[in-house]
Design a protein around this ligand. Structure first.
Ligand SMILES: [Zn+2]
Length: 117
């Protein structure tokens, strides 16, 4: 896990990560639901798709669109276990701890808050 200011500065230097933006539909969904509901969705997605030691379809478990959290995951490199290892120093092959799950959700929500302000 990393310091979030440092992490976001580094993400900002990645052209690929920086290119991820919410489309109008996802932005409207975020606005309508509000961040606390979206945070709950993020928690569900992270626990189901990312937290297991060996997630199903790892590397392809996060769609490119269809929910603001998915876009945020690609923008913040919390999309799969390889990106978590590379960017966030969370090793593969073991289930995420509660602290790691909280961290990933914080990263996703910070990006969503930045993007909607
Ligand atoms: Zn990834």
């Amino acid at each position: 896990m990393r310091d979030l200011d440092e992490l976001f500065a580094e993400l900002d230097r990645s052209e690929f990560r920086r290119s991820k933006r919410l489309n109008a539909k996802d932005a409207a969904y975020l606005r309508d639901k509000g961040i606390s509901v979206i945070k709950q969705h993020a928690s569900d997605f992270v626990k189901k798709r990312l937290a297991p030691a060996l997630p199903d379809n790892d590397g392809r478990q996060t769609p490119w669109r269809g929910h603001p959290v998915f876009v945020a995951q690609h923008a913040t490199a919390t999309c799969c276990r390889s990106c978590l290892a590379k960017w966030h120093r969370i090793e593969k092959g073991e289930a995420l701890t509660d602290a790691e799950i909280d961290y990933v959700i914080r990263v996703i929500c910070r990006w969503l808050e930045n993007t909607s302000s």
